[in-house]
Design a protein around this ligand. Structure first.
Ligand code: PLP
Length: 413
């Protein structure tokens, strides 16, 4: 029985891609600046790049490498890397000190706070970005207001509030929370630190994406320690697309002539990047509805336009998958083959691996197989973007078998 995932083969590898926007948005100087800032945050250390050699062997590919962001600054997610760097850049802008390096210590000082005056940072979130922003504001001693949508789980809300942020629950979905946060910020003079962009609001989401590049610098350092120049394949998950664009843009900028094959994965209940590519007019298109996927971090109906530009020009394959693919990814990572390390991964973190696994174990169409070009020489990379961010759901999926793999795709004899 053929797998029925919907996919688009956007670039086939036959045509040269236009990497100009990726090079402009993700210069190495910026990635290094972000890395320098992050490395001064108390408690900072590189997250592990984990190899899963036995799983790679089972699947008939050369290697699988997971950047495990569940270990990021005890935050359980990569998101803090974007929000913290954007706050840093914003503070430098407010102070008129863009050309200087400011230390984390200075940012927490009474002198800095006096110079800043009454600033409030705010954002909407589907959980992880708000938590990261609340965390950095808490560390810096600056006020923070976070907007969540009505389907946000209580553990996610509690995690944000535990860092002293004021949490407002907005009726509707993530995109409604984004609009409400922007409206309230305008009325009150707060600074919006949003991970998604919209026309006229691009600078801060760009800083956020550049902040994620700090993770990619770590990855490349870790790969070079293993004698690997770059992965041949990158599977990356997308909500508004900022994270995916930062990974795809980073590699496209440094390897413009020989980039990895990029596969962008979204939930089938919130495939806004996929639908925008499918429309074929080069514009962003929204997906409406309550976006009720278990992949909470990817439950976004409006793409980030600046991220979409990067993905449109550089990503190769777009694919949308059902929730059970993410659940299987969580179970594979959490209960690995003998000899492979365990990786605790949440719904949004595990979907790239779940997708890779499905594509290599289920029957797929010949054109998709040819475009993927996965074989025993392939080195596949993905980011486990979150750990156990919703413990109740995590137990339901791993312990109780929630969102089971459909019978016809289960492990065969
Ligand atoms: C765990 C996790 N993974 C991936 C993403 C996707 O990031 P983006 O919205 O930038 O596409 C998010 C977004 O919140 C997330 O929380």
């Amino acid at each position: 029985m053929k797998n029925e995932f919907k996919y688009i083969i956007h670039h086939t590898g036959d045509t040269k891609k236009d990497t100009a926007k990726a090079k402009a948005m993700f210069p190495m100087t910026c990635a290094r600046d972000a890395r320098k800032f992050h490395s001064h945050i108390p408690g900072y250390h590189m997250t592990p790049l984990v190899a899963l050699p036995n799983l790679a062997h089972l699947l008939g590919i050369g290697g699988i490498y997971v950047k495990n962001e569940s270990k990021r600054l005890r935050m359980n997610s990569f998101k803090v890397m974007g929000g913290s760097y954007a706050v840093y850049r914003l503070i430098k802008q407010i102070l008129g000190r863009e050309d200087e390096d400011l230390t984390f210590e200075y940012l927490t000082s009474p002198e800095c706070h006096a110079a800043l005056g009454d600033v409030v940072f705010c954002s909407a979130t589907d959980g992880n970005h708000g938590r990261g922003l609340a965390w950095v504001c808490n560390k810096l001693g600056l006020p923070c207001k976070i907007y969540v949508h009505s389907e946000t789980s209580q553990p996610r809300i509690d995690a944000i509030a535990s860092f002293g942020a004021e949490v407002t629950v907005v009726n509707g979905n993530y995109d409604d929370a984004v609009r409400q946060a922007a409206e309230d910020a305008k009325a009150n003079g707060w600074y919006v630190v949003s991970d998604t962009s919209w026309p006229g609001y691009e600078k801060i989401p760009t800083w956020i994406m550049q902040g994620y590049n700090s993770i990619m610098l770590e990855v490349q350092e870790q790969f070079s320690g293993l004698g690997i120049v770059k992965p041949t394949h990158v599977f990356v998950q997308a909500g508004v697309g900022a994270m995916a664009a930062s990974v795809v843009g980073f590699y496209s900028a440094i390897f413009p002539d020989d980039p990895p094959v990029f596969v962008v994965v979204e939930p089938d209940k919130a495939p806004c990047i996929y639908e925008s590519i499918a429309a074929g007019d080069g514009q962003c298109h929204s997906v409406k509805g309550d976006l009720d996927t278990i992949m909470a971090g990817l439950a976004c109906g409006d793409p980030s336009p600046i991220a979409f530009e990067i993905l449109k020009d550089n990503a190769d394959i777009f694919i949308q998958v059902p929730d059970n693919v993410a659940a299987r990814g969580m179970r594979i990572l959490g209960c690995p083959l003998s000899g492979d390390p365990m990786v605790i991964s949440g719904e949004s973190g595990a979907v790239p691996l779940g997708t890779l696994f499905a594509l290599l174990t289920d029957e797929i169409s010949a054109d998709l197989k040819a475009a993927l070009k996965l074989d025993e020489d392939s080195t596949v990379f993905f980011v486990n973007t979150e750990g156990n961010t919703d413990p109740i759901e995590f137990r339901r999926i791993l312990w109780d078998g929630k969102n089971p793999t459909p019978a016809r795709f289960r492990v065969k004899e």
